[in-house]
Design a protein around this ligand. Structure first.
Ligand SMILES: Cc1cc2nc3c(=O)[nH]c(=O)nc-3n(C[C@H](O)[C@H](O)[C@H](O)COP(=O)(O)OP(=O)(O)OC[C@H]3O[C@@H](n4cnc5c(N)ncnc54)[C@H](O)[C@@H]3O)c2cc1C
Length: 432
């Protein structure tokens, strides 16, 4: 199993470039609070900030520390749309009323994140230069046109572009068309997590690292959260453990499929190598089943991401494939040294939508952003906080659903490497 600690930088570019911050001390002794939050990623920290700002007492605990999970390791792409599903399909799953709120929250999620970063003056290299989603095949092109029309009909404001424009905006001539979403952008994710923690702490939240929660139990009207050296008694608990979820809450880990995206990053590259690549600062991802996503840093580093695969010892793999793919998509990068290699775990849900659960009164869980958590986890964190403070379910953008195991989950997890290989094969044929 990959733990947050096992894949911690120095390998990560984000840990390499973020200013050093003092570790948050482990929880020791007995404490009482209004809300205990488990997990100091975007979901948990955003919830803590919202609660603290409203004057609610909140304590956050993390097995590692702030941003130790996916939030400190991701591609930092702020992509303002739910992945995979057409709006009609989502409406069918969540119902018409919730769909309106969910679509609004999702389409507005990037703007909301950038607004929050500005409001709290979080220094995380935030830039809203737009997101390019590019099409690898005829079928992907047709689907993108339909998706763009459908999402634009409810306010997405995206633009379809042809291959020549993709070439101009990305520096890659691998793709035949694309879509530009001007609301997208990028952040330095570890700095965003650290900034959220600072702002939450300034408003009274307490944050403890090195504090894996060992048990969660009900005592009278309260919840008791126990770590190796401490205990929190709380009215409510928010579980924000996403791809790192374990058996703390029955069925939680079984309700998602954990996958392990990985990334590589170069040193700053000479202008003649990188000049044509993403010259206007867009982020980019593609339409393949096994996608790539990439960005160019202000100091001319390239960051390139895709799907990884842990070996049986829990070490991350898949980097060699990523290097080859980066050189295929951007031939300008041939021979570049990829100094940083890292990854993390995320949670995929069976309906490809984020899930909000309330398995017991006062116990809330939010997870499952399907690779779009930079913007959506910040929405979920706020929503979890509002629910913990008493917001009615019918006002929330996510339906509160039961915590059910994914059918045949073990077989799906076991078979994932084979499925990925098969999807890559199909992608390759279509790309030709
Ligand atoms: C390599 C990679 C690239 C990605 N790229 C993008 C991208 O470009 N754009 C995008 O939108 N999304 C991206 N994502 C997804 C995004 O990072 C996640 O969806 C998001 O960070 C989830 O945030 P979170 O707070 O819910 O979970 P996490 O940040 O994973 O936090 C969960 C935390 O829970 C803690 N925890 C777990 N169990 C316990 C316990 N028992 N006790 C205490 N603490 C515990 C862990 O230590 C961890 O810190 C990427 C993810 C990865 C890994």
């Amino acid at each position: 199993m990959i733990t947050a600690e096992a894949t911690t930088a120095p390998a990560s570019l984000w840990a390499y470039t973020a200013p050093e911050t003092a570790a948050n001390p482990p929880l020791r002794g007995d404490h009482s609070t209004d809300v205990a939050v488990i997990g100091a990623g975007f979901t948990g920290l955003r919830a803590a900030l919202h609660l603290a700002e409203a004057g609610t007492r909140v304590i956050v605990v993390d097995a590692g520390d702030v941003g130790a999970g996916a939030s400190g390791r991701n591609g930092g792409q702020v992509n303002p749309m739910l992945p995979f599903n057409a709006p009609s399909k989502i409406r069918e799953i969540v119902g018409a009323k919730t769909f309106e709120r969910l679509a609004e929250a999702s389409l507005g999620s990037a703007d909301a994140l950038f607004d929050m970063i500005r409001r709290y003056q979080i220094d995380c290299q935030a830039r809203q230069n737009g997101w390019l989603r590019v099409n690898h095949s005829n079928a992907a092109h047709r689907k993108a046109i339909a998706d763009t029309q459908n999402w634009n009909a409810i306010g997405a404001e995206m633009e379809v572009i042809d291959g020549a424009e993709v070439r101009r905006l990305s520096g890659s001539d691998t793709y035949q068309s694309g879509m530009v979403n001007p609301r997208g952008g990028a952040v330095q994710p570890l700095m965003l997590a650290q900034g959220l923690a600072r702002v939450a702490r300034d408003r009274g939240a307490r944050i403890h690292g090195g504090s894996a929660v060992k048990s969660l139990s009900r005592q009278g009207d309260s919840w008791v959260v126990a770590t190796a050296h401490g205990r929190i008694t709380a009215q409510s608990v928010i579980v924000a453990t996403n791809g790192y979820s374990d058996d703390l809450v029955p069925n939680l880990a079984k309700s998602v499929i954990p996958i392990t995206p990985v990334q590589i990053a170069s040193d700053p590259l000479p202008e003649d190598v990188i000049a044509e690549i993403l010259p206007h600062g867009h982020t980019i991802s593609d339409s393949r089943r096994v996608i790539m996503y990439a960005r160019r840093e202000p100091d001319n580093r390239m960051v390139y991401g895709g799907h990884g695969q842990p070996d049986r010892h829990g070490n991350l793999g898949g980097f060699d494939w990523l290097v080859k793919d980066a050189e295929r998509v951007f031939p300008q990068l041939r021979g570049v040294t990829w100094r940083h290699r890292w990854g993390g775990k995320i949670a995929i849900t069976d309906d490809h939508l984020p899930h909000l659960h309330e398995p017991k009164p006062g116990l809330l869980v939010g997870l499952g952003y399907n690779g779009r958590g930079v913007a959506m986890a910040n929405v979920m964190g706020r929503v979890l906080a509002e629910r913990a403070m008493g917001a009615a379910p019918e006002t929330l953008p996510f339906p509160i659903t039961s915590l059910a195991p994914i059918p045949l989950r073990n077989a799906k997890v076991f078979g994932l490497p084979h499925v990925i290989r098969w999807m890559r094969f199909l992608d390759k044929i279509e790309t030709r």
